[in-house]
Ligand binder design. Structure first.
Ligand code: ADP
Ligand code: MG
Length: 264
């Protein structure tokens, strides 16, 4: 269970993004965070990742306060963070290599650490195949499409077998059809794995496709969380759900945006 308890955060000289903000994320839930640009989505994700510290309050994962990045939390960023001089295979293996250096508890090379290079290879192979890029293993990021690069970044994170997955606008740089495909891949992944996840997005449809719970943030200081339960259920293709348009409209209203044409 992930608990955000009475969290307060502000950047110097600005109004607080969060004040006494509390929220509970249960194990196995897929959350999305949506809100206008600058409302604090990335900041909240970074606090969940242990990369930023709140001024007051705290984040507790399974009862332990987060004070720094946690090895079991996986993070996928918008710009992939792939090393251009390494192949897809080595990039996907990078997290495991770093973990072998630091150890599962983040301590530098503990003497009693169990290394399992064959298991690591298997995990990397599994996720490359699962994400449909096993054919690209020997290629370099520069030879891949954006969608394939993002798949490689996801493979790298999933190979670490995280118990909590954080993604910051992972698909926003992708063209619409590729984005829709990867949204389906990640939704399918959630249905299959039940991994607890939080995905930041500014895209209403993405929020509905990936989130069973949707946290709607505001540009004013966030204190009382606005949480929308996704009523589209766990259909494999939420986009095709008869209520999709209605759910999208409701979320749009909550975000204070004029409803777009209801075409597709
Ligand atoms: P979002 O991801 O929702 O677009 P962010 O969490 O990135 O928003 O940023 C929230 C607000 O905090 C924005 O107004 C942004 O300009 C500001 N901000 C972000 N990072 C910093 C920083 N390092 N120092 C000062 N202000 C920042
Ligand atoms: Mg952001």
């Amino acid at each position: 269970m992930i608990e955000i308890r009475l969290l307060t955060f502000h950047y110097p000289g600005t109004q607080p993004l969060f004040a006494d903000f509390s929220l509970t994320i249960n194990r196995g839930e897929a959350w999305t965070i949506i809100g206008p640009s600058g409302c604090g989505k990335t900041t909240l994700l970074y606090m969940l990742a242990g990369l930023r510290a709140p001024a007051q309050g705290g984040i507790y994962i399974d009862g332990e306060v987060v004070t720094r990045p946690r090895p079991a939390t996986g993070l996928v960023l918008q710009d992939h963070g792939l090393l251009p001089w390494e192949t897809v295979w080595d990039n996907a293996r990078l997290g495991l290599k770093i973990r072998a250096f630091y150890g599962p508890d983040g301590t530098h090379s503990p003497a009693d650490m169990i290394r399992d290079p064959e298991g690591d290879d298997q995990r990397v192979r599994h996720w490359l195949r699962w994400l449909g890029i096993d054919g690209c293993a020997a290629m370099y990021p520069g030879q891949l499409s954006r969608g394939q690069r993002q798949r490689a970044a996801i493979a790298r994170t999933l190979a670490l077998e995280p118990d909590f997955l954080l993604m910051d606008e992972p698909f926003s740089a992708l063209d619409a059809p590729i984005r829709a495909e990867l949204q389906n891949v990640m939704h399918g992944f959630h249905l299959e794995s039940g991994l607890t996840s939080v995905t930041v997005t500014h895209d209403i449809e993405e929020a509905l496709i990936l989130g069973e719970k949707i946290l709607v943030l505001d540009t004013n200081t966030n204190s009382v969380p606005r949480v929308v339960n996704n009523e589209l259920g766990n259909a494999e293709e939420r986009r095709l759900h008869p209520e999709f348009g209605t759910a999208r409209k409701r979320l749009q209203e909550l975000l204070g945006q004029p409803a777009r044409s209801m075409g597709t």
